[in-house]
Design a protein around this ligand. Structure first.
Ligand code: NDP
Ligand code: 8X3
Length: 256
């Protein structure tokens, strides 16, 4: 399926996988609706997207945790942006790696509010239009963490296990319509993810990837664009991808 001229909405497009996904869709000639909280970063991604071939770009400064703001932002889209063909529910984060019984409640709330409730709010705002128009594709960012819980990651892993259940539930609930639903589940991808997890401690974040050739955001973006560009009758339900040095959430091989 050609992506040229399709309207693609990417949440969390200011960094990492979301930014790379925006640029990969841009190279296909898509029209890009890009959302995140950091407007200045979105502006840089938008300019690069236009340079790489995006037909048009519209940015929205949005916190997906704010249900009213999500409803308002989607509801108030200009007519030429309202018909979203592909939604990439990518906005997400991890906070902390403490043992569960020592974890910070604020970190838990931020993860669950963003990764689970934020994803639900955006989905609820966008998918009815897809069903009405009889076309659309929702691509959710899951994780190997949703399949296998690792020490210190119980709440983040729970948020990604929830993403998987929501992904599978949505696919069942749109059955009988042409809407497609996909989860893309990466292992370790070197982005701002671990810097955010460790509250800005970039040395600790860099150590997390030490001795491993991690996935790049572009590796993940390529899979997302591939899933979106399959023929209309093909639904890619789930893709899990890891660095070769990672077998699963718990087992990695580090070169010393
Ligand atoms: P980054 O930290 O690089 O990017 C996260 C993006 O999410 C940013 O654009 C950030 O934008 C946005 N975001 C965070 N909170 C909110 C919010 N409340 N409202 C709107 N946007 C928000 O991390 P990644 O690119 O690695 O992560 C992207 C997704 O991929 C996440 O869902 C993550 O769980 C998932 N993932 C990551 C893996 C990894 O190893 N890196 C592996 C598997 C899955 P801003 O701060 O400007 O709002
Ligand atoms: C991110 C992958 O293993 O760093 O979802 O938590 S991991």
């Amino acid at each position: 399926m050609t992506l040229k001229g399709k309207t693609v909405f990417v949440t969390g497009a200011s960094s990492g996988i979301g930014a790379a996904t925006a640029l990969a869709f841009a190279a296909e000639g898509a029209r890009l609706l890009l959302a995140a909280r950091r407007a200045y970063k979105l502006a840089t991604v938008a300019a690069e997207a236009l340079a790489r071939g995006a037909e048009a770009v519209h940015t929205i400064s949005l916190d997906v945790r704010d249900r009213k703001a999500v409803e308002q932002a989607i509801g108030a889209l200009p007519a030429e942006w309202a018909e979203i063909d592909v939604l990439v529910n990518n906005a997400g984060l991890s906070r902390g790696l403490e043992k569960l019984y020592l974890g910070k409640v604020e970190d838990w709330e931020e993860m669950l509010d963003t990764n689970v409730k934020g994803l639900l709010y955006v989905t609820r705002a966008v998918v009815p239009g897809m069903v009405e128009r009889g076309r659309g594709h929702v691509i959710n960012l899951g994780s190997t963490a949703g399949e296998m819980t690792y020490p210190g990651g119980a709440v983040y892993c729970a948020s990604k296990a929830a993403e998987r259940a929501i992904n599978d539930g949505l696919r069942q609930d749109v059955l009988g319509t042409p809407i497609r639903v996909t989860t893309v589940d990466p292992g370790m991808v070197e982005t701002e993810f671990s810097i955010v997890r460790f509250h800005g401690d970039s040395e600790r974040a860099a150590n997390f990837y030490k001795g491993i050739k991690a996935l790049t955001p572009e590796d993940v973006a390529e899979v997302i664009v591939w899933a979106a560009s399959r023929p209309a009758h093909v639904n890619i339900a789930r893709v899990m991808l890891t660095p070769v040095q990672q077998a699963n959430s718990l087992l990695v091989h580090r070169e010393s």
